[in-house]
Ligand binder design. Structure first.
Ligand code: PLP
Length: 375
């Protein structure tokens, strides 16, 4: 069935105890054993599993076309669970513009774990091939990337990893694309990570993450153990809220893509704008791959204002409708000066503003940008 249908039905069932159409929130931490000690419904203790969590996992596995999913207390908890499965001496290949929180986890949490990481331009196949080592175990991709919207050819990266040997697990952070616009597992990628905080829950009211796998693999099993024994679990209410958000995911994402596309086209002709980063624009370096690999270009864009950091900050400060806040994927349009969020080591241009298109009308959004850029 189509994704709109699966977004509403996958993982859900009528509550057998009440007939409730919407799943109840199961707050119970513990579940009754049968007379001989078994767990007849498969739940024992809520750190190990919970009906709301299971429903969300089944739904997300279905939407991504995977066989299994794990949901976490945050997107970075999902990424961390993958990294926890690596061993001292293992090598990670990650994009040079990977989500900055990923770099922080590697440096600040796993700094003494004996892992080696190379950051490479994932859009350059030759550079990726040259950076693979015998010890490479994890190839991390993020597309479109944050905040420059670089697009990586998922099928090419997956093929390259397979050729390099059976020991490399490929993972795509698909947060910006969502399971509506892109299917990394169909491109041969082994696992997908999402920050469900963003589009999947979709209303800026719950933090969460997911890891979905195409097939059994050791890093997925180790992530499961890291969660079960390490305890980075989402609450039943978090799972319930996220699953509620998923019902409207395909419609929200398409509307947000439409809004982003209209803003990108408008911004591109504006004299105060130096450059627009949006994969839907024909002159974006990743446009051809995005057109092949995605069914829409997404709700995220970035633009560089003529001038420096102050000019960009001032334009954001004049916005009335856009909210100056981090994060993305919700109903409210957000604008953010990324370099100041990412700190002194950032690679993001100082005059760049990142925009998360919300669900307002595009005319109103463009009107707000117009007055903000007019100064
Ligand atoms: C937000 C985000 C994350 C981290 O997710 P959290 O839910 O904040 O932990 C990872 N990757 C991308 C692309 C993101 O936008």
């Amino acid at each position: 069935m189509k994704i709109e249908t699966r977004a509403v039905h996958a993982g859900r069932r009528i509550d057998p105890a009440s007939g409730a159409v919407t799943m109840p929130i199961h707050l119970s931490t513990t579940f009754e054993r049968g007379p001989t000690g078994e767990y007849p419904l498969g739940f024992s203790y809520s750190r190990e599993g919970n009906p709301n969590r299971r429903a969300l996992e089944e739904c997300l596995a279905d939407l991504e076309g995977g066989t299994q999913a794990l949901v976490f207390a945050s997107g970075l908890a999902a990424a961390t669970a993958v990294i926890q499965g690596l061993e001292p001496g293992d090598h990670i290949l990650a994009p040079d513009d990977v989500y900055w929180g990923f770099r922080k986890v590697i440096a600040e949490v796993f700094g003494k774990a004996g892992l080696e990481t190379t950051y490479v331009d994932m859009t350059d196949a030759a550079a990726v091939a040259a950076a693979v080592r015998p010890a490479t175990r994890l190839l991390w991709v993020e597309t479109p990337s944050n905040p420059l919207m670089k697009v990586t050819d998922l099928a090419a990266v997956a093929a390259l990893a397979r050729q390099a040997g059976p020991g490399i697990v490929t993972v795509c952070d698909g947060t910006f694309a969502t399971p509506v616009l892109q299917h990394p597992l169909d491109c041969g990628i082994d696992m997908v990570v999402h920050s469900t905080t963003k589009y999947i829950s979709g209303h800026s009211d719950v933090v969460g993450g997911a890891l979905i796998t195409r097939h059994d693999n050791y890093l997925f099993e180790r992530a499961r153990k890291a969660q079960r024994y390490g305890g980075a679990v989402p609450s039943p209410f978090d799972c319930w809220l996220t699953l509620r958000g998923v019902e409207t995911l395909p419609y929200r994402v398409r509307a947000q893509s439409e809004n982003a596309s209209r803003m990108a086209c408008w911004l591109r002709t504006h004299p105060a704008v130096e450059r627009v980063h949006y994969p839907g624009l024909a002159d974006h370096p990743g446009h051809g791959i995005a057109a092949r690999q995605m069914s829409g270009f997404g709700g995220m864009l970035a633009f560089q204002v003529r001038g420096g950091a102050e000019t960009a900050m001032a334009a954001a400060a004049r916005c009335r409708l856009f909210i100056r806040a981090t994060s993305l994927g919700g109903a409210h349009s957000l604008i953010e000066h990324r370099a100041s969020v990412e700190g002194p080591q950032t690679r993001t241009p100082a005059n760049l503003l990142r925009v998360s298109a919300g669900l307002e009308h595009a005319d109103d959004l463009i009107g707000d940008l117009e007055q903000a850029l007019a100064g």
